[in-house]
Design a protein around this ligand. Structure first.
Ligand code: F0G
Length: 457
């Protein structure tokens, strides 16, 4: 059979409220054209994020009931620790409430003024935590990773020459850790190859720089390696994932992605002395080392999620459902970041609305158009999110790509939901010259995309 089906049945349903175009028009205006301000109930298909939006399995819910809520040494903690140890081989496993809590602890320990921390692309909370510590975050993704049309199979790879150059310029002693985000969320959900991870690890080892993964989507990255990297197709995703972790000295993980849970995170490391200090900070701000700011039931759900995510039938369906969306859009002439990656499709909004100048936020215009047309909520990753206003000159800087991300929650939507999304985008594309640019009427100085208010031009 060539049809790849969702390898699960639906046991519990959540109704979707269907709104009319007129209703959505009023909602959009009330939200000042910012979809973060729209109540989720008023959204038909919510592709804002794949983070914390997974549907849990019957086994995960059963674990929620079995959860041991003891303060110290709970049974649920030992199960969680066993699963993570087997998956990653790391000596020290610290539970946290989500990815950015792991980042905050790590960078409070190794960051600070004068330090420089490279990655392929840092995710925005990672960058913010690095900068909050006083250190500088640097992106060293390969050039192909910056071009929507490049079909390089591993656009999440790091440019080794740029890494060597950075080390030469600032000195290894100022680089307390080198990161790699797998898959590379800010770079279009693109995977990094094992070959590249090994090479980055070798450079780091030569310069005695610890190598850490931002491993939120490790399973999707592992499966894309299995599908795309020469000599890897015979291996299991679990085996490939284990090699990815074996290459690293530690990792930060938001379990809200490939952990298949609604809340949770992990901080992993091998170094005993660093782990001791991290445990102290964990106790100070998250919770005791055997629960880290979570309930015992959350640890059970995470433990089970980290097992289920490596099921190859699940991964095959997951990766296929993303490429199904991407390929249908491409076939209709909608430019996306090619090839489709792990968790989302990223539309090239500048190509979608060439009539809207970058100063009028074409990505945000497309996001608003999608909501108005079909009640679909996507997120702008472009000049609103990353465009900064220079406080001295008042001029706006714009990022390399103007994208709209359609992030697909795990195990939540069926193929007909995705068909609805495709139909809506293709219809909108046909009448794209009707999309209108926006101007900001009110915005905070930092992280403006969450609360900025817009008006249509
Ligand atoms: N690293 C990456 C690569 C991420 O994508 C995220 C979150 C984090 C770290 C932080 O994890 O949210 O649990 O604190 N990404 C979400 C997104 C928010 O929509 O892409 P967190």
């Amino acid at each position: 059979m060539k049809t790849i089906i969702e390898p699960f049945k639906i046991k519990m349903i959540e109704p979707i409220k269907l709104t009319t175009r007129e209703e959505r028009e009023a909602i959009l205006r009330r939200a000042h054209f910012n979809v973060f301000q729209i109540p989720a109930e008023e959204v038909i298909i919510d592709l804002l994020t794949d983070s914390g939006t997974s549907a849990m399995s019957a086994e995960q819910w059963a674990g929620m009931i079995r959860g041991d809520e003891s303060y110290a040494g709970a049974r649920s903690w030992f199960r969680f620790e066993n699963v993570l140890r087997e998956l990653t081989g790391m000596a020290h496993i610290l539970p946290t409430h989500q990815g950015r809590a792991s980042e905050r602890i790590l960078f409070e320990l190794v960051g600070g003024p004068g330090k420089v921390i490279p990655s392929n692309n840092h995710f925005d909370t990672t960058r913010a935590n690095i900068e909050h510590s006083g250190a500088k975050a640097v992106d060293l993704v390969i050039d192909e990773g910056k071009h929507a049309r490049s079909r390089h199979p591993f656009k999440g790879n790091m440019d080794l020459a740029k890494l060597e150059r950075l080390i030469g310029e600032v000195g290894a002693e100022r680089i307390p850790v080198c990161m790699m985000t797998v898959t590379n969320n800010s770079g279009g959900g693109q995977p990094a190859s094992l070959e590249n991870l090994r090479a980055v690890r070798d450079v780091c080892r030569r310069h005695r720089i610890p190598f850490f993964l931002d491993a939120c989507r490790f399973a999707e990255n592992a499966f894309l390696i299995k599908q795309r990297e020469q000599g890897q197709s015979h291996r299991s995703a679990r085996d490939i994932a284990r090699e990815m972790f074996d290459l690293a000295d530690g990792a930060t993980i938001s379990a809200k992605k490939d952990g298949l849970v609604n809340i949770g995170g992990v901080l992993l490391m091998r170094d005993d002395a660093l782990a001791q200090r991290a445990n102290n900070l964990l106790i100070l701000t998250e919770g005791f080392v055997t629960y880290g700011g979570l309930a015992g039931r959350d640890l059970e759900a995470m433990a089970q999620g980290f097992v289920e995510v490596l099921d190859e039938h699940y991964l095959e369906y997951r990766i296929r459902s993303i490429s199904y969306l991407g390929e249908h859009l491409l076939a209709a002439g909608v430019q996306i970041v090619e090839p489709p990656g792990g968790h989302a499709i990223y539309i090239d909004a500048a190509a979608f609305c060439p009539h809207i100048p970058i100063e009028q936020f074409p990505g945000q215009a497309l996001v608003c158009g999608l909501y108005r047309h079909a009640g679909i909520r996507a997120v702008e990753i472009g000049s609103v999110m990353f465009g900064a206003v220079d406080p001295d000159t008042g001029e706006s800087a714009h990022p390399a790509m103007e994208l709209v991300r359609l992030a697909v929650p795990r195990r939540v939507y069926t193929q007909s939901h995705i068909d609805y999304v495709i139909e809506a985008i293709v219809e909108l594309f046909k009448e794209r010259e009707r999309l209108r640019g926006l101007r900001i009427i009110e915005a905070p100085p930092a992280l403006r995309h969450f609360t900025a208010r817009f008006a249509e031009i």
